[in-house]
Design a protein around this ligand. Structure first.
Ligand SMILES: Nc1nc2c(c(=O)[nH]1)N[C@H]1C(S)=C(S)[C@@H](COP(=O)(O)OP(=O)(O)OC[C@H]3O[C@@H](n4cnc5c(=O)[nH]c(N)nc54)[C@H](O)[C@@H]3O)O[C@H]1N2
Ligand SMILES: Nc1nc2c(c(=O)[nH]1)N[C@H]1C(S)=C(S)[C@@H](COP(=O)(O)OP(=O)(O)OC[C@H]3O[C@@H](n4cnc5c(=O)[nH]c(N)nc54)[C@H](O)[C@@H]3O)O[C@H]1N2
Ligand SMILES: [Mo]
Length: 753
């Protein structure tokens, strides 16, 4: 790795111990308050936490897990508290900070250090050849952006990325600006996340979203959790799993790791209320699948289930689905023994899971990145749907598909138009409503945006939130891509590495966060859509981090005005009153009729979702069984499959701390979790310093200074943290059809130093 992009030194002081036996409990409560108080002080910290996910409060900027209708006073979790504390911190990154630290100096700092410096207070610029960011007025900043955009040979030379925290109002206005300007280059973080779910589900059920509501968790008697680590990434989901368990539901976890949150859970509130919360065991069956072995495993489970096919919901299959025969033929063409071997699981565990699924009256399947970030991510998702359809577990209470989304509004951003492959009906609605000419040619997704900048086909990068350098694959390649640009611009709350690896000139637009009071023509609130298609309001209560911050809608309006002074759109109107932006959404996006009324009801409203009620919205009106091959993935001697994942102390590229408490990893991130047998076979030792090397298509990519940590993970599989290992993920290694980078499947070798 080129040392100018990020520090890759050996970490001193790494400690490891046994993984924890239960998630939550007293340690979670303590950690919650520690992070809040550390960033905000006692009074400010406690006040902020009490406003999370309340009806008059702000939507937690953490994950997209829904809020219960009957909320307790405290409706947050340890990692939600970290996200809030991180945004509401009292530390500041001001012009004097940037004067003190050159960009080169900052590049030498860790992500943990960069994030810890606090909130960005002023609009900043690096001019061509400059070594430091300098303050700039908002007027001059927008003029610089507008001049550069208007100087391009084609609007398609500009790229407009979105991260999933942006509100519906800001996202809608942003895509409108981008389309009026003349391009559909709207890649978003979803391309790296649940795109395989979106593509896979749209094809087979007619909507690219899940079909369950939170209430369904109380009615389910079986829940499969596949390739997901809720204890860390969706901690409030453990409450739903715990309550399902107490109602007698059975839970099956499919994961290469025995993730603590799925082993046992002590509800932090029960600790607070009774001081003696007891751990609820969560998973009844744990299937320790090989990385990339899910299709083989699901097929094996279905084959065992179908040894006696009397459980198949034949009425449902004949009335509501198609493709069943071809699916059965496909399944018959596999030998059970081969599937078991490929899955890496024991036959008795597979039989135990099959028995539970066979007897299920109402089954939910949840999944996340362990399923989507593979070359066969779309097929993985569709195999999960096959599994649900067999028992008729779709479109009725307590049953269905539950892709658990990441960013708190990633789903809403898509719904209101952040999409590089828009549908004609939506573009026509924009044209008719606003009198613009939206372009029809499809735009770049994330992977193709990186390649376009790398090849000089795109010259301006604009990021509405996010950290494009560190979140994307192939860090060095992406760095070259960003450095090739004439201009890179980031709308951000916190400093990150994408600000430091920049184009000829670069701008930072500091913006308001979720937790802050937003006053335009009067106080405003924004709206977001959770993982289950419920749209609701979010209103900040804190004084903004700086008087120079603009709201995201205001930033969009001002850049639109600067770039297109003759625009027919009422930009100031929408930025001044978000009700007007919502009226425009209501006019252009199906399901948002009476938006302003409906979203003022305390729990928000549900967007239309036909499949939730067995109205499949595919062209034939039926759900589709699909017949997929199983990838073989042969490994050469010495090769291992690497998956990259999140530690307990990070939010994607934002590193809050250096511990991964549940997995027993402390004070370090450059670790490689390895099966003890592999450690021995490769002649390595616990604690040894190694390089990881990927060899995709004859190219070599190297990440130095990783420490070997023995871990309960299937042989020939290793685990590392994102974003440290992203340098190893080839830009050309992405999922069929969804183009999601294969962040959970990279073939590497381990080279001792
Ligand atoms: N605190 C916190 N919350 C977050 C985030 C965060 O970074 N921090 N990120 C948010 C975002 S954007 C997202 S998308 C979600 C991510 O939520 P997750 O998808 O839970 O996140 P990952 O850490 O990527 O973990 C994926 C899980 O997949 C497993 N896995 C890896 N490979 C395979 C495989 O081949 N098969 C199977 N079955 N499992 C596999 C890993 O062991 C791990 O348990 O969380 C959201 N919430
Ligand atoms: N190897 C590997 N790579 C991955 C993944 C993986 O599992 N493995 N996961 C992928 C996934 S699932 C995702 S979603 C992407 C995430 O990719 P991104 O969404 O691009 O990354 P984040 O780290 O979530 O973005 C953090 C930055 O957002 C800014 N920010 C925070 N809040 C706000 C706000 O309210 N407004 C604005 N404008 N900015 C804000 C801050 O400046 C912060 O530094 O990463 C992907 N990359
Ligand atoms: Mo994500």
């Amino acid at each position: 790795m080129k040392d100018d992009v990020m520090p890759t030194d050996k970490e001193a002081g790494l400690k490891t111990g046994e993984p924890k036996a239960a998630a939550g409990g007293t340690p979670a409560v303590l950690s919650t308050f520690k992070h809040a108080i550390d960033q905000m002080g006692v009074v400010r910290g406690t006040k902020a936490l009490l406003k999370v996910n309340q009806q008059d409060g702000f939507d937690c900027p953490g994950c997209a897990w829904p809020d219960p209708k009957h909320r307790s006073m405290v409706e947050f979790c340890e990692n939600g508290a970290k996200a809030v504390a991180d945004e509401a911190t009292t530390r500041r990154v001001s012009p004097s900070f940037f004067a003190q630290h050159s960009i080169e100096d900052l590049l030498g700092q860790t992500d943990h250090w960069l994030n810890k410096q606090g909130r960005i207070t002023h609009p900043m610029i690096v001019r061509e050849g400059g070594t430091h960011y300098e303050p700039i007025s908002w007027d001059d900043a927008f003029a610089h952006l507008a001049d550069t955009l208007n100087g391009l040979d084609s609007p398609n030379e500009a790229i407009f990325y979105t991260s999933g925290r942006t509100s519906n109002e800001a996202a809608f206005m942003y895509q409108l600006f981008v389309r009026e300007y003349g391009t559909n280059n709207l890649p978003d973080c979803s391309n790296m996340c649940h795109e395989s779910s979106g593509v896979g589900l749209s094809e087979v059920i007619g909507i690219g979203k899940g079909t369950v509501l939170l209430e369904d968790f109380d009615k389910a008697d079986v829940i499969f959790v596949i390739g997901q680590n809720p204890g860390t990434n969706h901690p409030r989901m453990l409450t739903a799993l715990q309550s399902a368990k107490r109602n007698g539901a059975k839970i099956v976890s499919i994961n290469p790791l025995r993730e603590t949150g799925l082993v046992g859970f002590v509800h932090p509130q029960e600790v607070v209320n009774t001081a003696l919360g007891k751990a609820t065991p969560i998973a009844d069956v744990f299937l320790q699948v090989r990385v990339g072995g899910d299709q083989a495993l699901l097929k094996a489970i279905m084959k065992v289930m179908l040894e006696d096919d009397s459980f198949v919901d034949t009425d449902f299959v004949s009335d509501f689905t198609e493709g069943y025969e071809a699916f059965r033929e496909n399944l018959d063409s596999f030998e059970l023994a081969d599937l078991i071997e490929q899955s890496g699981c024991a036959e008795e565990d597979i039989r135990a899971a099959a028995k539970i699924a066979r007897e299920a009256k109402a089954m939910i399947a949840c999944w996340a990145m362990g399923i989507t970030q593979h070359k066969n991510g779309v097929a993985n998702v569709q195999e999960v749907v096959n599994f649900l359809l067999l028992g008729g577990h779709m479109g009725r209470e307590g049953a269905g598909a539950c892709p658990v989304r990441g960013h708190s509004n990633v789903q809403g951003d898509r719904t209101v138009g952040i999409v590089e492959r828009p549908k004609e009906a939506f573009l026509k609605a924009l044209d008719d409503h606003f009198g613009i000419n939206a372009p029809r040619e499809h735009g770049y997704d994330t992977v193709h945006a990186i390649k376009a900048m790398h090849d000089g086909d795109a010259k301006v990068f604009f990021g509405m939130g996010g950290n494009f350098l560190s979140a994307t694959p192939d860090t060095d390649y992406t760095a070259e891509a960003l450095r090739n640009c004439d201009l890179t611009v980031h709308v951000s709350t916190k400093l990150n590495r994408a600000h430091l690896v920049h184009g000829k000139s670069a701008l930072i637009f500091p913006c308001l966060g979720r937790t802050e009071i937003d006053i335009q023509n009067g106080p405003q609130f924004v709206t977001v859509e959770n993982s289950m298609g419920i749209v609701h309001a979010s209103k900040g209560h804190k004084k903004p981090a700086s008087e120079h911050l603009l709201s995201e809608p205001r930033i969009v309006a001002r850049m639109a005005r600067a770039t297109m002074p003759d625009s027919p759109v009422d930009w100031e109107g929408m930025a001044g009153s978000y009700d007007k932006a919502r009226d425009a959404i209501a006019a252009c996006v199906a399901g948002f009729e009476d938006y302003n009324d409906k979203v003022r009801s305390p729990n928000g409203f549900e967007l239309p979702n036909g499949p939730r009620y067995r109205r499949f919205t595919t062209p034939s009106g039926k759900a589709h069984f699909t017949a997929h091959d199983v990838p073989e993935n042969p490994l050469k001697d010495g090769e291992l499959i690497m998956m990259t994942m999140r530690s307990h102390d990070q939010y994607n590229t934002t590193i809050y701390g250096l511990d991964d408490r549940y997995r027993g990893v402390y004070n370090g991130r450059r670790v490689v979790l390895m099966n003890p047998t592999d450690i021995k076979e490769q002649g390595l030792k616990e604690g040894q310093n190694v390089d990881l090397v990927s060899h995709y298509d004859g190219q070599e990519r190297r990440a130095p200074n990783f420490t070997v940590v023995p871990y309960d993970i299937p042989t020939r599989c290793i685990g590392t943290y994102f974003p440290e290992a992203n340098v190893l993920i080839p830009v050309d290694s992405y999922a069929d059809r969804s183009n999601t980078p294969t962040s959970k499947f990279v073939i590497v070798t381990v080279a001792p130093e």
